[in-house]
Design a protein around this ligand. Structure first.
Ligand code: ATP
Length: 373
């Protein structure tokens, strides 16, 4: 019988709820007050730079780490103290390699064979399940091979089949494609998305690659120094980044130091057309993406610069422009026809930007920063 005593209101409807989780390693806080709800069937990415706590959080969900504070709930039931083997989680961790001395079939069957006798399926049932999984991960015919006889991508597919064998209720993947070359990574991403669609399993994966997170995930959790900076669908992170950290980490961004003066935003001695977003008078920073700035067609423009470098890209020309009176360069993409010439002085105008107070480092300080311009 499941113990429903631990069920809580807020967790209703969540496949996984992480509630006020903290993990310290000695004096170092690796996770700080992390609260997160993951819906059934969601594909969620934990994204952040090295050391931000992604793996630690995944290990807490898996039951490989016990948090110092806070709780983990599965389907509303407190699972904080459940053992790994009782959580029914499947995981593919980069450092949980396949068993080298076992064939592909034995690797996949492992999780079923080590079950207590009462719960263990029959030999024939295990063999059927292995066959079914081999077909599912498109590796039929490779059942007798050993891991060394497989490519990196094939190995990761076996690892996934091994994780799925136990019929997990959640699937956890830690940098599953980290060690593979770019091409194979891309193929496996697409493949993982198909697998997710077919299984409908609640899936959480760790990556430090923002493209991977944005391409695969329904929602992305951005972690920085053990804290959640923002949780959102890929488009929300692009269009409404909650902090300077998010706008800089998720996609390219340029920051300009500005001043807010009575609702106006001033760069150098010129007003720029950016919404001050209710910020008080004082120093602030304006963030924008390369696509949000262009050479002003009519000679107007709020910012001026000089073309320092030109480079062909697959779709046009990327110009590097140094900004007058400020030690900062910008990159601007244009078509071949509209490209500037080297050394030319150009007026620039912004189509979209976000403003944050100068001292803003995390989401908490400006959670109601609202829309950009
Ligand atoms: N067992 C441990 N003992 C001590 N410190 C640890 C331990 N595990 C992790 N840490 C520290 O906690 C922090 C977060 O580590 P974690 O592995 O979760 O980061 P990450 O975001 O997954 O990084 P990466 O992308 O490099 O794998 C790091 O500073 C790391 O050094």
């Amino acid at each position: 019988m499941p113990d429903t005593a631990g069920a809580i209101e807020g967790a209703q409807g969540s496949a996984i709820r992480i509630e006020g989780v903290e993990q310290d390693f000695g004096a170092f806080p690796a996770l700080r007050n992390v609260t997160l709800d993951i819906k059934p069937g969601e594909l969620v990415a934990l994204l952040g730079p090295s050391g931000s706590g992604k793996t630690t959080l995944l290990r807490v969900i898996a039951g490989l780490n016990t948090p110092d504070r806070g709780r983990v709930l599965f389907n509303g039931e407190d699972a904080t103290n459940l053992r790994v083997q009782d959580r029914r989680v499947g995981f593919v961790f980069q450092n949980y390699a396949l068993f080298k001395h076992m064939t592909v079939a034995d690797n996949i069957a492992y999780g079923l064979r080590v079950r207590p006798r009462r719960e263990r399926p029959s030999r024939a049932a295990i063999a059927d399940r292995v066959k079914e999984l081999l077909a599912f991960v498109q590796l039929e015919g490779l059942d007798r091979r050993y891991p060394v006889q497989l490519s990196g991508g094939q190995r990761q597919r076996v690892a996934l089949a091994r994780a799925l064998a136990i019929e997990p209720r959640v699937l956890l993947l830690d940098e599953p494609f980290g060690a593979l070359d770019a091409r194979v990574r891309k193929d496996l991403r697409r493949w993982l998305r198909d697998i997710h669609k077919k299984t409908g399993l609640t899936t959480v994966f760790v990556t430090h690659d923002q493209d991977e997170a944005m391409e695969l995930a329904d929602r992305v959790v951005v972690l920085n120094q053990g804290q959640i900076e923002q949780v959102g669908a890929p488009e929300e992170l692009y269009d409404k980044p909650a902090s300077p950290f998010v706008i800089s980490f998720v996609g390219e961004a340029v920051a300009l130091p500005v001043k807010v003066a009575n609702g106006r935003v001033v760069f150098g001695d010129r007003e720029i057309h950016v919404d001050a977003n209710g910020l008080d008078n004082g120093p602030a920073r304006v963030f924008f993406r390369p696509a949000d700035i262009a050479i002003a067609a009519d000679g107007g423009g709020e910012i001026e610069g000089r073309v320092e470098n030109l480079r062909r890209t697959p779709s046009g020309v990327r110009a590097t422009i140094s900004i007058d009176g400020y030690n900062q360069t910008l990159e601007i993409d244009s078509s071949i026809e509209d490209a500037a010439t080297l050394g030319e002085r150009v007026p620039l105008s912004l189509s979209r930007a976000r403003i944050f107070p100068s001292d803003a480092a995390g989401a908490a300080a400006f959670s109601d920063a609202g829309e950009g311009i």
